[in-house]
Design a protein around this ligand. Sequence first.
Ligand SMILES: NC(=O)c1ccc[n+]([C@@H]2O[C@H](COP(=O)([O-])OP(=O)(O)OC[C@H]3O[C@@H](n4cnc5c(N)ncnc54)[C@H](O)[C@@H]3O)[C@@H](O)[C@H]2O)c1
Ligand SMILES: [Zn+2]
Ligand SMILES: [Zn+2]
Length: 365
Amino acid sequence: MISATAAVLRAGDEPYSVEEVTLDEPGADQVVVRVTATGFCHTDAVARAPRFAALLPLVVGHEAAGVVEWTGPEVSDVQVGDHVVLTFAHCGACSQCSDNHPAYCESFIERNLLGKLATGGATATAADGAPIGTRWFGQSTFATRAVVDARSAVVVDRDLPLDVLAPLGCGIITGAGTVMNVLDVRPGSSIAIFGVGSVGLAALLAAKAVGAESIIAVDLHPQRLELAAELGATATVLGGDDAAVVARIKELTGTGAHYGIDTTGVPGVIAAALQALRARGTCASVGLQAGDLVLGGHTISGKHLVSVVEGDADPRTFIPHLIQLWRQGKLPFDRLLERFPLAEIDKAERASLEGRAIKPVLVMD
Ligand SMILES: NC(=O)c1ccc[n+]([C@@H]2O[C@H](COP(=O)([O-])OP(=O)(O)OC[C@H]3O[C@@H](n4cnc5c(N)ncnc54)[C@H](O)[C@@H]3O)[C@@H](O)[C@H]2O)c1
Ligand SMILES: [Zn+2]
Ligand SMILES: [Zn+2]
């Protein structure tokens, strides 16, 4: 029997309920992981939204790191005792996975965003025997243990601090991957980042690491802009008035930025991010879009808009690459973290949503 202490989301408008659960037995291609730390991503809070597809009650959490306790008979590349970073689920066999784009897996939505669907693999039961979904991003790791597909576990060196590595599984690969894999930001170029929470700041660190010359951070929270400046933003702009933000970015860059990233999901901000580009510039839309996007006449200058999932990363190669940059001091994403015990998950969520903590990391002990 695989038992775990888990923060269960029972209703969208209720606090988390920290309780004992029993995880179903793992499959032959899965591993059991003792979770030591899990980052809080804005997408975890999205599971609360009534319009969203996630099926409650559910354990969310999808940026974990921990130690492998058990491996299924078909698992060959992960061993008991390995330290692992867990990332999103993917099938490993469809056309997108075969083409090395697992974030666009044809079954990404079922495997990651429903939390409960029986695509094979584990779910769990509460103390009263009622079912609880534990397939959120294939991991559900606001919990002390998780059953995950072996292909979602990235083995890391044992000398590394697991609480620092945890957010690599989603937020950091999303921001950094958007800059490095999708936009392919060039040295000497300019980039405007709308929303400098965890994804936006990961993008900012990556933009700095690849040598962008002008990095403009936009947010509604002055304290987030201050941190952005400390981490390498060359200019900061207080958001809220989209037209004024666009005008300021044009002023700072001459004819507009080469690249833009939206992490706010606000349709008007995505349109502003496009408007703030120079001709042939590219804007990456990363935030979960809340409503229809209305494009104005500014779309006539060869601009590109691309939506990005998980930084289009292949986690097995990209996470080790980012760890190497971190070891070299070139991607100090540890600056984004703030630790909370699992029992204080509601406090961690509030701190993130109110803009006080950039990347809360829940530590299980
Ligand atoms: N595409 C993906 O694969 C992927 C992965 C991770 C997260 N996400 C999504 O990305 C988004 C960002 O995630 P996060 O964890 O960084 O969230 P976050 O809450 O830490 O950051 C969002 C930031 O946007 C700012 N913002 C909101 N409205 C704004 C406006 N009008 N102008 C300027 N700034 C504004 C907020 O103040 C906040 O700092 C969320 O929607 C999340 O669900 C997507
Ligand atoms: Zn696939
Ligand atoms: Zn996420």
